[in-house]
Design a binder for this molecule. Structure first.
Ligand SMILES: [Zn+2]
Length: 275
């Protein structure tokens, strides 16, 4: 069974009918769990509604760095209220995106810090979006105590490696393998998405081959970032199989090993009891 650790079932591009059809296609696939990730207030509320409607769906609530310019204290209060709903398993996606800079950098930094503090206060896992921040995302996480001993004492250590777990997920990880290993030592978890299947992406291929499987999750980031052979087309959770296959190829193991281990890892990361 596959666990898609990051998708946007909540995306505003889906009509209610399209969303219901998407849900049916997930139910007919080998995907058993999806975390529906908020990126602004509306999508966070939709994620909570989706989680209430579908057994396999869990929600994350938060405001993406692209939307930081529109963020305010009232929205933060409403995100906190949503976080108390059943099946909300994380704060996210939050972080920095200096590649597109849709919101001013200072707004991004401010609301990133505020939402990290919310995740720490609530004791929830935190889902990180990091693009071209030149290390600032990790610096802020560190300054805010998201990788501190105190945060790591909230959760049990990784049962395979014994490394303390801060329940910080670097979603659609795009850094180097060496950086990933250092982050894992500090208590972070790595999630790989469709770009690991892209031929020229040797950097992420190396990550897939070298990170300990015990600290790896997989995701689609649907409707974005379709894996090969669907690159350029709309993505959806069942395509996570292609990402798993590519990681299995890079590691020289069976796809079922990636499927089962990343599913167990994600259930542990999000605190979900697998029936
Ligand atoms: Zn996303």
């Amino acid at each position: 069974m596959f666990f898609d650790s990051h998708a946007h079932i909540n995306h505003e591009e889906y009509s209610p009918e399209a969303r219901a059809q998407l849900a049916r296609s997930i139910e007919l696939s080998d995907v058993g769990f999806v975390v529906d990730v908020g990126f602004d207030l509306n999508s966070s509320a939709q994620a909570v509604a989706d989680a209430a409607q579908y057994d396999w769906c869990y929600a994350a609530v938060g405001v993406h760095p692209h939307d930081a310019a529109e963020m305010n204290d009232e929205i933060l209060t409403r995100i906190e209220a949503l976080a108390a709903a059943p099946k909300v398993v994380a704060i996210g996606e939050i972080g920095l995106d200096f590649f597109r800079n849709i919101s001013p950098e200072d707004d991004q930094r401010y609301w990133f810090r505020k939402q990290i503090r919310l995740g720490l206060k609530l004791g929830l896992p935190i889902l990180i979006h990091d693009r071209d921040s030149a290390g600032e995302t990790i610096r802020i996480l560190t300054e805010e105590g998201a990788l501190s001993d105190m945060r790591r004492s909230v959760f049990p250590p990784n049962p395979v490696t014994g490394i303390p777990d801060a329940r910080i997920l670097l979603h659609c990880y795009s850094g180097t393998a060496d950086e990933a290993l250092l982050l894992i030592e500090q208590g972070a978890t790595i999630s790989l998405a469709g770009p690991v299947t892209y031929k020229k992406n040797t950097k992420t291929a190396e990550v897939a081959a070298r990170v300990p499987l015990s600290h790896l999750l997989i995701e689609t980031d649907a409707p974005y970032l379709s894996p090969e052979p669907f690159r350029g087309k709309p993505n959806s959770s069942p395509f996570v199989v292609h990402t798993a296959q590519k990681i299995a190829d890079f590691r020289g193991v069976a796809r079922s090993e990636i499927e089962e281990t990343t599913c167990a890892n994600a259930c542990r990361f999000f605190g979900i009891d697998r029936k």
